[in-house]
Design a binder for this molecule. Structure first.
Ligand SMILES: C[S@@+](CC[C@H](N)C(=O)[O-])C[C@H]1O[C@@H](n2cnc3c(N)ncnc32)[C@H](O)[C@@H]1O
Length: 217
C-alpha cells in the first residue's frame, strides 16, 4: 500500500475542536474504499466543509498522494480554533490546504462556483434544540437542530453551487437525519447517490453518502 491516512496522535488538539471520532473514521474509510475511483477522477479542487482537527482533509490529501500533484485543497470551518489545529495537522503530514474560517463557504461562492471536484463533509448532524446550532464552543461541532438537519439542509444547495460538472460529494449522515430524504432532495437537483458505507456504533447508525451529477435524472 502506498497511501496512508492522517496520524491524529501526531498533532495537538484544542478543547473546542472536534476530536476525530467514529464518524470521521467512517468518512475516511469510505474515501479509502473509493481510492481507485478518486485517483482516476483526477480532481483539480478538493474541499472540506467543517474541517475540525483536519483529520479528513489531511487524509484525503494523503490518500490522493502523488497522484494529486497540481490539485488544490481548501477547507473551511466556522470555528477559528479548528482552522489552526487543521493547519498543524496538515503541516505534521507535509501536505497543504488553503484554510478559511467561515460559515460553510460564505465569501467563496463566486470564486469556487462550479469548480469543486471532490467535496467532503462531516456536518453537525445530531438532533438537538435549535438554539444549540451554531452557538459558541464545541457544541456547534455536533448540534444539528431538528432531526439534525439544520446545517445539512444549508450545505446541500451550497454544494450544488460549488460542485463542478464531474463533482462528487461525500457526506456523513445519521439514520435520524433521514438519509433517504436527503438523497431525494439532491435527486431533485439532478444528483444520483449511493450509500457507500454504513456503520452502526453503540451510539449511532452512520451512513456515508456519495452524490454525483447524473444527466439521466
Ligand atoms: C462533526 S464535526 C467534524 C470535524 C471533522 N471534519 C471530522 O470529521 O473529524 C463538524 C465540524 O463542522 C464545523 N461547523 C459547524 N457548523 C459549521 C458551519 N456553519 N460552517 C462551517 N463549519 C461548521 C464544526 O466547527 C466542526 O468542526
Amino acid at each position: 500500500m502506498n497511501f496512508r491516512t492522517a496520524q491524529i496522535r501526531l498533532v495537538s488538539s484544542h478543547p473546542e475542536v472536534y476530536e476525530p471520532c467514529d464518524d470521521s473514521f467512517a468518512l475516511v474509510d469510505a474515501l479509502l474504499a473509493d481510492r481507485t475511483n478518486l485517483v482516476q477522477h483526477q480532481p483539480t479542487l478538493c474541499m472540506e466543509v467543517g474541517c475540525g482537527s483536519g483529520y479528513v482533509i489531511t487524509s484525503l490529501a494523503l490518500i490522493l498522494g502523488k497522484e494529486s500533484v497540481g490539485a488544490h485543497f481548501i477547507a473551511t470551518d466556522i470555528n477559528p480554533h479548528a482552522v489552526r489545529v487543521t493547519q498543524e495537522t496538515l503541516e505534521a503530514h507535509g501536505v497543504h490546504a488553503e484554510l478559511i474560517s467561515t460559515d460553510i463557504a460564505l465569501g467563496l461562492e463566486q470564486r469556487l462556483a462550479g469548480s469543486v471536484d471532490v467535496m467532503v463533509v462531516n456536518p453537525p448532524y445530531v438532533p438537538t434544540p435549535e438554539d444549540e446550532v451554531g452557538c459558541e464552543g464545541i457544541v456547534s461541532a455536533w448540534a444539528g437542530g431538528e432531526n439534525g438537519r439544520v446545517v445539512i439542509d444549508r450545505i446541500l444547495p451550497i454544494a450544488d453551487n460549488l460542485l463542478s460538472e464531474k463533482g462528487w460529494l461525500y457526506m456523513v449522515t445519521l439514520a435520524a437525519n433521514n438519509p433517504i430524504q436527503i438523497c431525494r432532495t439532491m435527486r431533485e437537483k439532478g444528483y444520483a447517490s449511493r450509500i457507500v458505507l454504513q456503520r452502526s456504533t453503540e451510539e449511532e447508525s452512520l451512513h456515508i453518502i456519495k452524490f454525483w451529477r447524473d444527466s439521466d435524472i
